[in-house]
Ligand binder design. Structure first.
Ligand code: PLP
Length: 359
């Protein structure tokens, strides 16, 4: 604690990202990165963009990338905003749409932990909607007065999705608040709400290239919404940092979006691996939450989540463990390549067969 920090910084509990190991080589199944490299066209575009134009600032509104995304989603450029990863878009949305006084913003008690961090940081009151034993969020929880709603769909860290019908019911009941759908994992099997944007001016869909487009290192996310919502976020960006997305990121992201064949191939491989691993791990006696994302959330009656996490780490496999209410007996395992997952299955079987893993 430093006496130079302001009150907000003294009081915040920052988000803790998953470990990015530096020395030892791990099988990394802890931060929901894509195990496959980005499309070769992305690398080519970034290499070509690494030239003397780097002395110039990038396009502050990433217009070419906005056009590319507009084409693919059937929306207009005015409905698209580009950000430095979806975390930045979430932060800008808190600043643009939520108030420090009045009704609370609603989100699930088990969801992406950054929402609480932003709420605390921006002084926005919030209310948690409790998930049930199987991590379903009862949508009626969102039928009450509020200052906004955020739903991760599919949810993190559970992988549970909400149907478009339910999303629409939530939107119907909340015409006066901004409803944010964080679709970071939507490409792995969820139902996107982007088709509802033209009918609900209060709907903001936030997506990222970090997961399904293998570009966590490039930091590009985008928001889809009515022109008025997009203009609101643009006003925040231009009051904060006009150039959040650099030239290389804009060039690479465009090619990633355009290369639909590569995108389909890699996401299909991940979905197939997820289904295979889910079935195998279930047969070992694990409880597996049905996942629509690129990870699985699993627990075992006889082996604690924390012990499994530690034992896997000792054996060179990183997964994510959250020491938090309702989920402290689970581990979240990102879907890696087929070979990585075979190694994971073999290792976890060994741990479970030895008395050492028991609770
Ligand atoms: C639900 C959810 N939203 C947003 C993000 C942030 O993604 P990025 O900032 O890489 O776009 C993550 C990352 O893990 C996530 O799990």
């Amino acid at each position: 604690m430093s006496r130079y920090w302001n009150k907000t910084v003294k009081n915040i509990t920052p988000y803790v990202p998953g470990e990015q190991p530096k020395g030892q080589k791990y099988i990394k199944l802890n931060t929901n990165e894509n195990p496959y490299p980005p499309s070769p066209k992305v690398i080519e575009a970034i290499t070509n963009a690494a030239n003397d134009t780097l002395r110039l600032y990038p396009d502050p509104s990433s217009d070419e990338l906005r056009e590319t995304i507009a084409d693919i989603t059937g929306l207009k450029k005015e409905n698209v905003f580009i950000g430095n990863g979806s975390d930045e878009l979430l932060a800008f949305s808190f600043m643009a749409f939520f108030e420090p006084v009045g009704a609370p913003v609603l989100f699930a008690d088990v969801t992406y932990s950054f929402y609480r961090v932003y709420a605390a940081f921006f002084n926005v009151p919030y209310q948690l909607i409790p998930v049930d034993n199987e991590f379903n969020v009862p949508i009626e929880g969102y039928f009450q007065e509020n200052g906004g709603i955020i739903i991760a769909n599919p949810n993190a860290p559970t992988g549970k999705g909400v149907s478009c019908t339910d999303i629409e019911r939530i939107l119907e009941q909340n015409r006066n608040s901004v409803v944010i759908l964080d679709e970071a994992y939507i490409d792995f099997g969820g139902q996107s709400a982007s088709g509802l944007i033209n009918r609900y001016p209060n709907l903001l869909v936030i997506r990222t290239l970090s997961k399904s487009h293998s570009l966590a290192g490039l930091r590009v996310g985008y928001a889809l919404g009515s022109a008025e919502l997009i203009e609101g976020i643009m006003r925040v960006k231009d009051s904060f940092n006009s150039y959040t997305v650099d030239r290389l990121a804009q060039a690479g992201a465009r090619e990633a979006i355009k290369d639909k064949t590569y995108f389909q191939e890699t996401r299909e491989k991940i979905i197939q691996t997820r289904e295979r691993v889910s079935a195998r791990i279930k047969s070992m006696g694990f409880h597996v939450i049905p996942s629509q994302a690129n990870f699985i959330f699993i627990s075992h009656a006889q082996y604690s989540g924390e012990v499994l996490f530690k034992k896997l780490r000792e054996k060179g496999i990183l997964v994510r463990y959250f020491n938090k209410p309702k989920i402290d007996n689970f581990i979240r395992v990102t879907i890696g390549t087929g070979e990585e997952m075979d190694c994971f299955l073999e290792t976890i079987a060994t741990i479970c067969n030895s008395a050492a893993g028991k609770k």
